[in-house]
Design a protein around this ligand. Structure first.
Ligand SMILES: [Fe+2]
Length: 364
């Protein structure tokens, strides 16, 4: 199957006449190197001899062949070099050596055709193995590259969707990105890792996606909404959750849309969940959403300063907001006002959530 000119066989046998016997039996078109001992073999292998196959003649006392075999198999460079063990007819160790990783075990006396065919078989299998491993690594690398492109593409789609949401409501320009970033600041201060922060960022970007299903007249109406209009607005978490429920790989993203208008005291909508019944992500997004709404210019009420918004968040801890999250948000806002911290742009910093293994513990 493969050219024998490039094959080097290393034969380890401490008996000169047996070396001669093997030399005569092995077909002449193979390159054979003979050594007498484990020490000589290791010295050659250390000097970068890379045989296609090692023939280990087990018939002689004084050499610890098992130790040599173990050493070969534990060497990262040589572990894949196949070893054929030649054993005395009555050795009884055939199964043992096959179990510990010999490519083949041949009983003596050696027959020329059997020896050469079995050498061929082992070398051919090794070539196929090496070829498949090389191919596998190459596919893995190209898959990783494709996955990277897919992640970028997915993020771009999510960002475009969030821009579409904000474009529906002229009063809230850039709201989704700001909510996503504030929610990440809060989550980071709560000690969550990058994977969680990334999920929260995407959930924040899409929390108001349900507004796509609410009429522009209602969304853009200056001034207070009547009862019917308010009922239409209150549908947006349900519509958003339905839209995002098709993202089955990361269901947490849809939680932000469904429950970001719930209140800690149970008086929110759409489901009237209370306290810890509200999943963590919407509890965080709820505070971030309120902070951005308070500090943005809206037609129906005065824009608050960050300091006033912080006080408002603290006043509503335990009623509108989760008290722990509200206090953490207030402390971040205070640090931002004093210049101690600045809110980060996180658009390009995340890389992990679109990988196959999402942390199930986050679903609490
Ligand atoms: Fe909303």
């Amino acid at each position: 199957m493969f050219s024998k000119d490039t094959q080097i066989l290393l034969c380890i046998s401490s008996n000169v006449s047996e070396q001669e016997n093997i030399r005569n039996l092995i077909n002449g078109d193979r390159n054979c190197v003979f050594v007498k001992s484990e020490r000589e073999a290791l010295s050659l292998l250390k000097s970068r001899l890379r045989p296609s196959l090692i023939l280990l003649d087990l018939d002689y006392p004084g050499n610890d062949y098992f130790a040599l075999f173990s050493r070969l198999k534990s060497d990262p460079v040589l572990e894949n070099t196949p070893v054929i063990i030649l054993i005395p007819e009555d050795s009884g160790k055939e199964a043992f050596f096959l179990t510990i990783g010999a490519a083949d075990v041949i009983r003596k006396p050696l027959a020329q055709e059997v020896l050469n065919r079995r050498i061929d078989n082992v070398i051919n299998s090794q070539y196929v193995n090496d070829y498949l491993i090389t191919k596998m690594y190459s596919y893995r690398d190209s898959l990783a590259e494709e996955h990277k492109k897919l992640v970028i593409y997915t993020k771009q789609i999510i960002k475009s969707l969030s821009s579409a949401i904000d474009a529906k409501d002229t009063y809230t320009n850039g709201h989704s990105v700001r909510v996503a970033e504030y929610a990440c600041e809060i989550s980071e201060a709560m000690g969550y890792d990058d994977k969680m922060l990334e999920i929260i960022y995407q959930a924040g970007l899409l929390h108001d996606i349900g507004k796509i299903g609410v009429s522009d007249t209602v969304l853009r109406k200056p001034g207070e909404l009547n009862e019917k209009e308010m009922a239409a607005i209150k549908q947006h978490p349900i519509i958003g959750h339905e839209i995002l429920s098709s993202i089955t790989e990361i269901p947490l993203i849809s939680y932000g849309a469904r429950w970001h208008h719930e209140r800690y005291d149970g008086k929110g909508y759409p489901d009237g969940l209370k306290g810890d019944e509200i999943p963590l992500i919407p509890r965080i997004i709820c505070v971030a959403d309120a902070y951005d709404a308070m500090t943005s210019n809206r037609s129906y009420r005065r824009q608050l300063s960050p300091l006033e918004a912080k006080e408002e968040i603290l006043r509503n801890c335990g009623t509108q907001f989760d008290p722990e999250i509200g206090k953490i948000a207030a402390s971040i806002i205070e640090k931002n006002i004093s210049g101690e911290i600045s809110f980060k742009n996180r658009e390009t910093t995340f890389t992990s959530i679109f990988s196959p293994s999402n942390n199930k513990a986050l679903y609490a």
